[in-house]
Design a binder for this molecule. Structure first.
Ligand SMILES: C[S@@+](CC[C@H](N)C(=O)[O-])C[C@H]1O[C@@H](n2cnc3c(N)ncnc32)[C@H](O)[C@@H]1O
Length: 236
């Protein structure tokens, strides 16, 4: 998408052109993405309880939903997968329509800040909070917490920034090295970076932990990190 020089670089949107390349793009841009997803069946088998719901907030093409699905071995479970990009939801619906199994998957075109969360034993938000306005992040996390059962888990994966300037620059530089190793040119890296400016607002781990604790989560653990990308598990 960014291989040719562009006169003007507009803000990144999850539209049809992104959907076409999304699976390839996320795997080549997010260090550790496939390893992270490969742990979701372990996490879902561990946390999901009978007759409860799982939520995949910002589901895109459903990679997290499908990984969570693999680990569910309890009866009466439903997965609710939500995204506000019509192009993403249309493609994911066509993939999941062939799914036949015990677990019902309900795909919803909706804003995650507007949904009601109920009876959740697992909530996954994989690289999506970073795209939500900072002013509503606390109320969104509060809402997630309220809809979760005791002992349920919220898996939050995010690109982060580091408190120390030099440490931050080092991990940003390593992230670029990762993208170059995956075949992206300097031009592609810099044009995508410009496009994501003011769209993807990364925070520090401390900011995430504080917000999760404010919401009421008693246990907040960084369980995965690869360069400047982390995943946190917060348990109610
Ligand atoms: C980086 S992608 C998520 C990747 C996906 N969770 C995965 O594991 O492959 C971010 C997604 O969040 C969605 N998104 C952003 N803001 C949203 C909102 N307010 N409500 C619902 N979805 C949103 C975008 O449309 C996009 O599909």
């Amino acid at each position: 998408m960014y291989s040719q020089p562009r006169e003007a670089i507009t803000g990144f949107v999850f539209d049809e052109s992104v959907v076409k390349v999304f699976e390839d793009m996320i795997g080549r841009s997010v260090p550790g993405y496939s390893t992270l997803l490969s742990m979701f069946p372990v996490l879902s088998r561990y946390f999901v309880t009978p007759d409860s719901r799982c939520y995949d907030l910002g589901c895109s093409l459903g990679a997290s939903t499908l990984a969570v699905l693999q680990g569910i071995d309890k009866p009466g479970v439903e997965i609710v997968a939500v995204d506000n990009s019509p192009a993403m939801i249309e493609k994911f619906e066509s993939v999941i329509s062939g799914h036949k199994g015990q677990v019902k998957v309900d795909v919803q075109l909706e804003d995650v800040t507007k949904i009601i969360i109920e009876n959740a034993s697992l909530v996954v938000m994989n690289f999506t909070l970073q795209f939500i306005a900072e002013s509503v992040r606390q109320s969104l996390v509060d809402n997630i917490y309220k809809g979760m059962n005791e002992g349920a888990a919220f898996i939050l994966s995010e690109k982060i920034k580091l408190n120390e300037k030099n440490d931050n620059e080092r991990l940003v530089s390593l992230h670029h090295a990762f993208k170059k190793a995956n075949g992206y040119s300097d031009l592609e890296i810099s044009q995508k970076r410009t496009s994501l400016e003011n769209v993807l607002i990364a925070e520090t781990v401390d900011q995430h932990v504080e917000r999760l604790k404010n919401a009421g989560f008693s246990e907040v653990i960084v369980w995965f990190q690869c360069f400047n990308f982390v995943s946190i598990v917060a348990i109610k």
